[in-house]
Design a protein around this ligand. Structure first.
Ligand code: ADP
Ligand code: MG
Ligand code: MG
Length: 888
């Protein structure tokens, strides 16, 4: 097994083994781009290290061999006193985890070689600056010293000299600082800063391995659903220097604007700086376009390289580069993160440029991004009080109370407050607070600062670099032009424009929703371009998808909206919603009925109401299937609360004026009270126990359909029986239903073509699907109940109790109520599909649980061969898109 690859040996498809950074450094090397030579230690080596606590034995020799080759190529040895080769030791996992793991620059500097570096570069200040950076980074990441101690010493040195930025410190100041830094290391880490270059390198490599398992890295992976066992690769890369004076510098660039997708020059540049200075937002950067006047030759070359990269990767790339005395070096590239809107725009732009086809365009976007574009925005018309303006780093409209530290953000959000996390700049320790906040606002840093990159990744609203804001974390407030915003004051931030407002700005629907609603008017140009892109992508998806998409809707209003959103029918109409409100009393009468007469009267009163509901529904979905589920929930849900009623009756009794009806009600409530209502008298069981209930509902459906038919409509009702566990239940219900339907058809002179099917939502139903299919013309998988019954836990209870612990322990990557549990619940679905179709080849198959609108689950349902998914109206576009992506 080979643990080390030279940059010339890898390529971009080896991300599993070399990590994203290593694979792309190799790809750029092979494209002939100027990459400083180096090599990559594989993720396999990291896995061995993490499993056994030790690097694999073969690794040391392999590293030695590669280091030797590198030294020969560069003509100097690592740490060589008179002319040291310096390297960076960089983390780099398969999936980018911005700022989560460690990197150490300038490895190879020591008390001896710092003089050599000064002599070789002719710049003493530079040499000492590089050395203090090494001790600082090494001390913090490898030896675990609190980074603030170094920062404070640096600040003190600047104060003592009365200068504002670190570039104003002279060689002598830095020399003193190095001494101080070494003392800090000694007292904090209990060891001296290692002077041996190879020891520095080996310790740094292990530290990078270890950084895979820091708390913040784990939290980030959970959030981003990155598997925990991938490990990181380690890149050893010869150093190039951006801190060699004004003709040097470092920067980041995008081949397109990651916020809009527009082509152009996007990025930040910082003169006379090294590595992390840009990302950390320590000094303010200049726009990349300014590089043209600073160093035209490097600028032109960079533009050329960016074009090469974009054509090669056929996608937006982001780039880290450094200029050392007029010589451009590429230090990193990858297919860049982007906002949801930009993803849609870029995908269609690339189709137009002929770089990708429509099927590929579908893979470049996803349902989560579409869902994000459907969020509301701030109302342009609203009266607002502008506080300031920053960089539009990650779109969205967020309103919340100002908080100035992550701890408060977490605490307040736990107690249900919406908060905006306001910082000068964020760092990886703020991750949890960022997750808890509605939005993030910083006063420093550009589009590539930590806050911006992480927020975009999470799809969270972010405005960064709002320089007018004076953030005072210690006093928990910020000032803007003399006005003070205290912790707890409401602020609104617009991540699409970068504007920051005082107070709560009202929000309006997104243009994408307006488009789906058919109300899109030519508004802002920006919106039109986005809408056009969404329109095209949706058309691709609709063209290729096999799954049909229906809506869960109980009334005409929802049904009509669903239709506008592209629903191809109703997959679930819950009739219990038709029994609530004023009708509750009628249901009470039904439940309390002692005699057949009383019961029949109660049912007869409900019939016309139900019928009227169905007529409306069938009309709104004319020509499309409407699956009506017969009454499902436990009866006690229609009765008053047991405690309340008991108290009322007891009070009345003490006053000796108890009313007869209340007493009967209380009796009924007691009788119907269940320990486990979810597993009690509900669904088909109700239909079998309360004579005439299901017959009434079937009659209402049939009469409504007949009326629509006679009015020249095209009703396509499907009757669905809930909670069936055995075919016998279904057979009994069907017999009665068939009789009622025949009666209605005869009486109205119609042929209704009603179909009768069942939900598959109990394990037994799934296990005996072959038998059940004999009595069912369709199956609809009720994956909510099926998940509850397969796992044996109740959704209403567990999400608040032990789910967080389960998620933290990694037992689930995601709640099985959100994304279908493929191995358990999914396996039952799969086998029920097969067994059902074996019995009845034309069996229609769908799903109507929440999973029907979940991207990952939609892919699963496509794969197992369902005919349709059904979800809430708002999720229909997402389901259409994901069904298209699954088929493309
Ligand atoms: P991250 O993944 O956090 O960006 P990197 O490994 O890319 O970490 O390195 C951090 C910073 O140091 C980046 O700005 C990078 O460009 C810079 N850097 C890394 N290696 C070198 C090198 N060999 N020479 C100069 N700068 C480097
Ligand atoms: Mg980087
Ligand atoms: Mg159910």
């Amino acid at each position: 097994q080979k643990f080390v690859y030279d940059f010339t040996e890898g390529n971009k498809d080896l991300k599993d083994l070399l990590g994203g950074k290593g694979a792309n450094l190799a790809e750029m090397t092979n494209l002939g781009l100027p990459v400083p030579p180096g090599f990559t230690i594989t993720t396999e080596a990291c896995k061995v290290y993490l499993d056994s606590g030790d690097a694999p034995t073969a690794l040391r020799d392999e590293v030695s061999a590669h280091l030797k080759a590198l030294e020969e190529r560069m003509g100097k040895r690592l740490g060589q006193a008179d002319d040291p080769l310096l390297v960076s030791v960089r983390s780099g996992a398969k999936f980018s985890m911005p700022g989560m793991m460690d990197t150490v620059l300038n490895i190879g500097l020591s008390d001896a070689s710092v003089a050599g570096l000064a002599a070789q570069s002719g710049d003493e200040r530079f040499a000492w600056d590089s050395y203090r950076r090494l001790i600082q980074m090494f001390g913090k990441t490898v030896l675990g010293v609190d980074g603030d101690l170094f920062e404070e010493a640096l600040e003190a040195a600047k104060d003592a000299k009365k200068v504002a930025v670190d570039t104003d410190l002279a060689a002598a100041d830095l020399k003193k600082l190095v001494k101080q830094f070494k003392k800090i290391v000694e007292s904090e880490a209990g060891r001296v800063f290692p002077q041996d270059a190879r020891e520095q390198m080996d310790l740094a490599i292990n530290a990078v391995f270890d950084s895979w398992n820091t708390d913040r890295a784990k939290l980030y992976r959970r959030q981003e659903r990155i598997p925990g066992d991938l490990g990181t690769a380690v890149n050893v890369c010869s150093m190039v220097f951006g801190n060699l004076g004004p003709d040097s510098g470092t920067g980041v660039a995008f081949t397109r604007d990651p916020a809009s997708g527009h082509q152009g020059v996007y990025g930040d540049y910082l003169q006379n700086a090294q590595g992390e200075d840009v990302v950390a937002g320590i000094r303010n950067t200049v726009p990349l376009a300014d590089l043209e006047s600073i160093d035209k030759k490097s600028y032109d070359q960079l533009m050329q390289i960016m074009e090469t990269l974009e054509n090669h990767y056929k996608d937006l790339c982001d780039i880290e580069f450094t200029i050392e005395r007029g010589q451009l070096w590429m230090l990193q590239t990858r297919v860049g993160k982007r906002t949801a809107g930009a993803a849609f725009r870029i995908a269609t732009q690339l189709v137009d440029q002929g770089l990708i086809d429509e099927a590929e365009a579908l893979q470049r976007v996803n349902g989560a991004q579409l869902a994000q574009l459907m969020f509301p925005r701030f109302d342009d018309e609203a009266k607002t009080e502008l506080l300031g303006r920053g960089i539009a780093a990650s779109p969205g409209a967020a309103v919340g109370k100002a908080v100035f530290d992550s701890y408060t953000a977490i605490k307040w959000s736990r107690s249900g407050e919406k908060v905006i996390l306001i910082r000068r700049e964020t760092n990886p320790d703020d991750l949890e607070g960022m997750i808890a906040a509605e939005g993030i606002l910083t006063s420093r840093g550009g589009k590539t600062s930590h806050a911006a990159v992480v927020a975009r990744g999470m799809g969270k609203t972010c405005v960064c670099g709002a320089e007018d804001l004076e953030v005072d974390t210690k006093r928990r407030r910020m000032t803007v032009g003399g006005r003070v915003i205290e912790e707890g004051d409401l602020v609104s931030i617009d991540g699409s424009t970068g504007k920051v407002y005082l107070g709560e700005v009202p929000v309006v629907p997104s243009p994408v929703v307006e488009y789906f609603e058919g109300r899109m008017h030519a508004g802002a140009d920006d919106a039109d371009e986005l809408v056009a892109a969404v329109h095209r992508i949706m058309a691709y998806a609709d063209r290729v998808r096999r799954l049909r998409v229906r809506a869960n809707a109980d009334n005409a209003e929802d049904a009509l909206r669903a239709r506008r959103f592209g629903a191809q029918g109703i997959g679930l109409c819950r009739t219990e919603h038709m029994f609530l409100g004023e009708r509750r009393e009628m249901v009470e009468k039904l439940i309390l009925a002692d005699t057949d007469d009383e019961r029949e009267t109660a049912l007869a009163a409900l019939l016309p109401l139900q019928k009227a509901d169905f007529i409306e529904l069938f009309e709104s979905m004319d020509g499309l299937p409407v699956t009506v589920r017969l009454l499902d929930p436990p009866l006690h849900e229609f009765l008053p609360d047991i405690t309340e009623l008991s108290v009322r009756v007891a009070l009345a009794e003490s006053r000796k004026d108890a009313n007869e009806n209340d007493l009967r009600l209380l009796q009924a409530v007691h009788k119907l009270h269940e320990q486990n209502p979810m597993l009690g008298l509900r669904g088909v069981r109700l239909g079998l126990v309360i004579p005439g209930l299901f017959a009434m509902q079937v009659r209402a459906i049939a009469e409504a359909a007949a009326q629509r038919k006679n009015a020249k409509g095209d009703p396509r009702a499907e009757i669905m029986i809930p909670l069936v566990g055995t075919v016998q239940e279904l057979e009994i219900v069907r017999e009665e239903a068939d009789r009622v339907i025949a009666e209605v058809q005869a009486a109205t002179g119609t042929d209704l073509k009603l179909t009768i099917g069942t939900m598959i939502e109990l394990p037994r139903a799934a296990l005996t699907a072959g038998q059940i299919a004999e009595a069912a013309q369709f199956f609809s998988f009720g994956t909510n109940d099926l998940t509850q019954t397969v796992w044996g836990f109740s959704r209403d209870d567990v999400e608040a109790s032990f789910f967080t612990a389960y998620l933290e322990k990694g037992i689930f990557g995601v709640s099985p109520f959100e994304t279908i549990d493929k191995d358990g619940v999914g396996a039952l679905v799969r086998s029920a599909v097969e067994a059902g179709r074996a019995t009845r080849p034309d069996l229609k198959l769908g799903v109507c649980g929440e999973h029907g609108g979940d991207p990952e689950s939609v892919h699963f349902f496509h794969e197992v061969g369902l005919d349709y998914v059904s979800c809430s109206p708002f999720r229909i576009p997402v389901a259409r898109l994901e069904a298209g992506r699954a088929a493309a």
